[in-house]
Ligand binder design. Structure first.
Ligand code: SF4
Length: 336
């Protein structure tokens, strides 16, 4: 969960995840839909799918016990060198090194290494140095300390060398220039168009087979001059790896026949959706211009009806007067 995500953001997701899936068996039994819904908002959904597959493999191949050997761990879905070493160190206190962004920065600075940390040779050197430093016992505390040193003291822009507990033997001559990395690929701009298609209180969604595989998104639109003559009803910009993507949503008529991967959905809360698409639908609902939401009744006087409809779900209901937003809603999620 912590990949590219801050601890403060992760904590509520982590706690909710453990309440929902307290052990491998509960995770293995869950549907992909439930797993993706629990992960929704954290991004990088391959991690959720891999965790799900790993829980199933642990149950089927390891009698429900997570393997202790690094070789065996690495045969599980989505577990690479770093994750296997982190589990071995933090869960089982094995004497193994870990190298990730924070520890790589500390090691590159302590040894004043100018090898690029994203080259194969640079990574190999870092792992060797980390292995040489790792103590035979107490690796859990050592690796935690190294991570915290990178996160709190040896920070990327203004390392606090005056406070640093290892300054006596740190060889860094100009720490802010370390670690050396290959230049990043240039950010590419993409514009993607999606349809807002509502009919009889339901919205048409499509199960993604690509970027957000298994999650539900607004249906992508092929170029069609009649649609694109109008303004989008909603527009937002969000980052994805090295892309800056403009998501434009256009009102679109309901098709006579829907594709096999599409479905009319009444309760958007019940389906896993990537954040940019959920934000788009929620902003359009909030703005109350194109369609509104009928929620469960809260009013006591209507309790009997509510009781009858105990399982009633949030519904997306189109208004009779379907006006386009003149120039759409615009949200920029880069840097937010
Ligand atoms: S002395 Fe400075 S550069 Fe060296 S490890 Fe400590 S904080 Fe980093």
């Amino acid at each position: 969960m912590l990949q590219q995500t801050q601890v403060a953001t992760v904590i509520p997701y982590y706690e909710a995840w453990l309440r929902r899936f307290p052990n491998f068996a509960s995770l293995a039994r869950a549907s992909e839909n439930d797993v993706l819904r629990a992960w929704q908002g954290l991004g990088y959904y391959a991690r959720a799918r891999n965790l799900h597959a790993t829980a199933r493999a642990v149950l089927q191949n390891h009698r429900g016990h997570f393997p202790r050997s690094i070789d065996r761990m690495r045969r599980l879905p989505g577990i690479g060198e770093y994750t296997a070493h982190a589990v071995a160190s933090f869960a089982f206190n094995q004497s193994v090194p870990i190298v990730e962004a924070n520890t790589a920065r500390v090691l590159a600075r302590v040894f004043n290494s100018r090898k690029s940390i994203d080259s194969a040779a640079g990574r190999k050197t870092l792992w060797q140095r980390a292995a040489n430093l790792c103590p035979m016992s107490g690796s859990r505390a050592f690796n935690s300390g190294l991570l915290d040193l990178g996160a709190l003291i040896c920070v990327p822009r203004n390392p606090k060398c005056d406070l640093c507990p290892v300054k006596a033997f740190c060889q860094a001559q100009n720490p802010v220039t370390l670690p050396v990395r290959k230049s990043r690929p240039q950010t590419k701009k993409l514009v993607e168009a999606y349809g807002l298609i509502v009919r009889r209180g339901r919205i048409l969604l499509e199960r993604s087979r690509h970027r957000w595989r298994g999650m539900w998104i607004l249906p992508p639109l092929q170029f069609d001059s009649s649609t694109f003559q109008s303004c989008p009803v909603y527009k937002s910009v969000f980052p994805f790896t090295h892309h800056r993507i403009t998501l434009a949503v256009y009102r679109h008529p309901a098709p006579r026949k829907i594709a096999p991967e599409q479905q009319w959905v009444q309760a958007i809360e019940d389906v896993p959706m990537p954040s940019p698409h959920r934000r788009a639908i929620e902003a359009l609902i909030r703005n109350d211009g194109n369609f509104s939401v009928q929620r469960k009744q809260q009013d006591d006087t209507r309790r009997s009806r509510q009781d009858r409809n105990r399982n009633a779900k949030t519904r997306v209901v189109p208004k009779t007067d379907l006006q386009m937003f003149p120039c759409g809603l615009y949200h920029d999620h880069i840097g937010n």
